[in-house]
Design a protein around this ligand. Structure first.
Ligand SMILES: [Zn+2]
Ligand SMILES: [Zn+2]
Length: 463
């Protein structure tokens, strides 16, 4: 009986502790939670899981709060339309234009995004207005993006006066620090008869953000019949807002890859450099950036749009790479010409045990359950809705059926982590445990009695 008690105690102590969110942070568990950011854009959010956004239409909300990715990833976010925001952006002559924006957030204002991975973000936008596209934000006002990873393919087709694509932010001010950026950028001027301005940068297309300690890999394509401003970090480093006295700095970054572009224009400027395409600022500096693996690839043929893949009719073969505990799954698509890319990412494949309740739901707040991967110890979490007392089964932190000492009782049905809903299995497991404990007690008591009887019978013979 002591052994049984010790085992039960050990199992209770071995229950994993949850990833705690700070006071006031809104926890994001699902795609629906992520979509709800737009309803309360000034709140603080924390991601509790990796989230696959494949097949979900993304509205590009405006954002003025804080988003902590908590080391988690958002997969397959697909953006085909701008957000609702219309804001002024400026060209190098300080002329303003009403523009539209797209990105995880259309606009960020005094906002912060940290510790977030964007995996396989894809955006293709066709615009008839001034437009800026960036993976994290179309435009940012005094906002910070720190310790994030961005892998994205961003394509903008536009023609109206001013437009651009940035690997992290389209247009803006603030700070991008400690980010890993791996992006394919395509910006195409679809109006051959107007002298518009195009901006393209591995981190920022146009604006005045400090960019520090970022690793940027880019494969960029700009086709332009007006003026192109392209750079491995920033397309045009433009002092903005005009009245501030901030000293802009681009320091300690690594840039590798290439920008392939043409500028079809009799007044050709062809700005393209490894760090800053064109600086338009008084107070700025760039230093300690590693750029030896960057290539400026200017073309002088103007009849064909520049793209990463130029085959008219690509013949692709598809190879599936399975997800594991360590890595996301994906499809590797390879054309007969040799061009290859990855798409259709899948969440990491863990072997989660059953859900453990770590916080009971109440009428005031949802509860929380957690499951742990048997192979690597990774955790996943979900919220449990409150169920009124008449129908609510008692729920307590529970042990897994496989780890109970006897396997004689039928194993209770397990719920697959990731699916939502009931906590019936907790009740079943609880009953099973009680039954097992009762059987064990009865067994031990009987054994005890038998042993006593045997000893009594033996005693006379031994004397
Ligand atoms: Zn091909
Ligand atoms: Zn695992």
């Amino acid at each position: 009986m002591k052994k049984l008690l010790a085992l039960a105690l050990c199992l209770l102590l071995c229950l994993p502790m949850g990833v705690s969110a700070q006071e006031g942070e809104v926890e994001i568990y699902t795609a629906q939670d992520l979509l709800a950011i737009g309803e309360n854009p000034s709140a603080s959010y924390i991601l509790m899981n990796d989230i696959d956004m494949a097949g979900i239409s993304w509205p590009c909300p405006e954002f003025s709060g804080k988003l902590n990715g908590n080391g988690h990833a958002i997969l397959n976010l697909t953006i085909t339309n701008p957000g609702d925001a219309v804001e002024k952006v400026y060209d190098g002559n300080r002329k303003g234009y009403d523009a539209q924006f797209a990105g995880l957030f259309s606009t960020m204002k005094n906002a912060r995004v940290e510790n977030l991975s964007l995996v396989n973000l894809r955006s293709t936008i066709t615009a008839d207005t001034p437009f800026f596209l960036g993976a994290v934000a179309g435009a940012a006002w005094e906002s910070e993006i720190e310790n994030c990873t961005v892998s994205a393919t961003l394509e903008l087709r536009a023609h109206d006066r001013i437009f651009g694509v940035g690997g992290v932010v389209g247009y803006g001010s603030g700070l991008v620090k400690g980010c890993n950026v791996d992006v394919t950028l395509i910006c195409t001027d679809t109006g051959k008869d107007t002298l518009d301005e195009q901006f393209l940068g591995g981190v920022l297309a146009n604006g005045f953000m400090d960019v520090r300690s970022c690793n940027v890999r880019l494969d960029a394509y700009a086709s332009e019949y007006g003026y192109a401003h392209t750079g491995g970090i920033v397309g045009m480093y433009f002092q903005w807002p005009f009245d501030h006295e901030h000293y802009g700095r681009i320091l300690y970054n690594t840039v590798e890859g290439k920008i392939t572009f043409f500028e079809c224009n009799s007044d050709r400027r062809a700005y393209c450099k490894a760090v800053i395409g064109e600086p338009v600022a008084d107070l700025w500096g760039e230093d300690h950036n590693k750029t030896e693996n960057f290539r400026r690839d200017e073309r002088k043929e103007y009849d064909k749009e520049l793209r990463p893949h130029m085959c008219e009719n690509g013949a692709f073969t598809q190879q599936e790479v399975a997800a594991s505990c360590e890595g996301f799954g994906y499809s590797q698509l390879t054309c007969a010409c040799g061009y290859s890319y990855r798409d259709n990412y899948t969440l990491k494949a863990h072997s989660y045990g059953p859900w453990q309740v770590i916080a009971e739901p109440t009428a005031q707040a949802p509860g929380k359950s957690q499951a742990v991967c048997a192979l690597c110890g990774a955790q996943t979490a979900r919220q449990d809705p409150y169920i009124p007392p008449e129908t609510a089964p008692e729920t307590t932190p529970e042990t897994t059926p496989e780890t109970t000492p006897q396997a004689t009782a039928p194993a209770p049905e397990q719920q697959d982590p990731g699916s939502s809903g009931g906590i019936d299995w907790v009740l079943v497991a609880l009953i099973a445990l009680v039954v097992i404990a009762a059987l064990a007690v009865i067994y031990f008591v009987r054994e005890n009695r038998r042993a006593k009887r045997r000893r009594k019978r033996r005693r006379p013979g031994t004397r």
